[in-house]
Design a protein. Sequence first.
Length: 186
Amino acid sequence: MKLYIKYMACESCKVVVREALKELEFTAIRVELGEIETKETLSDDDKTALNKKIKKAGLEILENKTGLLLEKIKQVMVDYVYHSDEKSLYSFSDLISKELNYSYGYLANFFSEVEATTIEKYIIAMKIERVKELIMLEDSSIKEISYLLHYSSPAHLSNQFKKITGLTPSHFKALKEKRRLTIQEI
């Protein structure tokens, strides 16, 4: 049986779902980001029990079509921003259309109606959060980050970062260094 899981965006989410399935004595055939498949057909009570277990980690089973499509769109975004190490051969609009087998216009309109923001703004916000994460956790240069996140140039990344956060990436990095020194002095 195939089920879709909302907010399942990282490897630790997969672990949580696998453990919940194991505790409930279900056999997982496949556990992917946003989607699982079990050997057994789950009854409504089984789904409720699974949902109760995974909700502790902020996850939840999706039942309706609107929620499923929205989650699939967000999953493509997460894969694009967090798991796409090489420059994509396709634009994001072509990629999402190909992945979900809908026109980009349909997906963009659907997403805007449901989320009250555009796909473009949502993905920019996601990219900026990823930039912050890379600046805080890794010693990547702005040039490396801009390539990793499919920006046309480091200047484009810097301009977008400043527009969203009010800070330049280098100023944000300097604040990180200040905080690190403060922690070390304790």
